[in-house]
Design a protein around this ligand. Sequence first.
Ligand SMILES: Nc1ncnc2c1ncn2[C@@H]1O[C@H](COP(=O)(O)OP(=O)(O)OP(=O)(O)O)[C@@H](O)[C@H]1O
Ligand SMILES: [Mg+2]
Length: 273
Amino acid sequence: MTEPVLRVKDIRKSFDGTEVLRGVSLDVCEGEVVVVIGPSGCGKSTLLRCINGLEAIDGGEIFLRGRAISGMQKDQHLIRRKIGMVFQNYDLFPHMKVMDNLLLGPVKALKRPAGEVREEAMEMLKRVGLQGKAEALPRTLSGGQKQRVALVRAMLMHPDVLLLDEITAALDPEMVSEVLNVVIGLAEQGITMAIVTHEMRFAEAVADRVLFLDEGRIEEEGEPEAFFREPRTERARQFLQSFTYASARKAVKGMAQGRTDGKKTGGKEAQGA
Ligand SMILES: Nc1ncnc2c1ncn2[C@@H]1O[C@H](COP(=O)(O)OP(=O)(O)OP(=O)(O)O)[C@@H](O)[C@H]1O
Ligand SMILES: [Mg+2]
């Protein structure tokens, strides 16, 4: 078997004496998409932040293409170039045009020729439907457009693995699919990814493997079809169910909002409901 691109081995992480990751192990192989799901606070973001060195781990090891990368504090910047990450809140530089945001990493950090990166960036912008936005400032873009730019920016670094942490969580519902479709495109291109998401249908569509994290431990792991249809553990079953209820609640709330908006009553009642 070939060596995994990313290997996380029994990592532990505590904050203020509370253990948030309690021995988490996972492998992500070349071209594989692993989706991590689990309740709020179970440690998903902490896991991704530990992988790309934003948090130091307290125990265990992390390997990138077979090379130990945990504990390499002084070379952290080198590691981060090989591990792309996109968060919930697009962190584009507001005073810089889209293209300048995109050129920054590859040209400044990787010392690649600007002309070559610009060409690649244009090609990628086109692929995500933003060919006309190279000279735009971030504030003139929608949330969904900004996240697509953030994905292009991460990809331009040619990372070994791309980590995505709830990249659609701050978006209006109508923008979610335009961003998730780009991610599905990346998966089809064979980009190696570890994805944290609350979008269950997307998880099912994009994942080669699903990990269910609960209270800092991987409680269940499986192929998406089997996992979503018939989770083995009671905890995962409860989680998936609560999910359905949460979406149902949201839908009902949305309907109530629509009704009050329709009556032009200002929507205050709906917010209080
Ligand atoms: N820098 C920090 N300092 C102290 N506690 C932290 C820190 N970061 C995370 N935690 C705690 O660690 C736990 C796990 O947080 P984490 O953000 O990883 O959860 P999550 O699974 O990503 O949740 P969500 O789905 O809400 O994003 C939480 O209890 C959180 O309060
Ligand atoms: Mg999180």
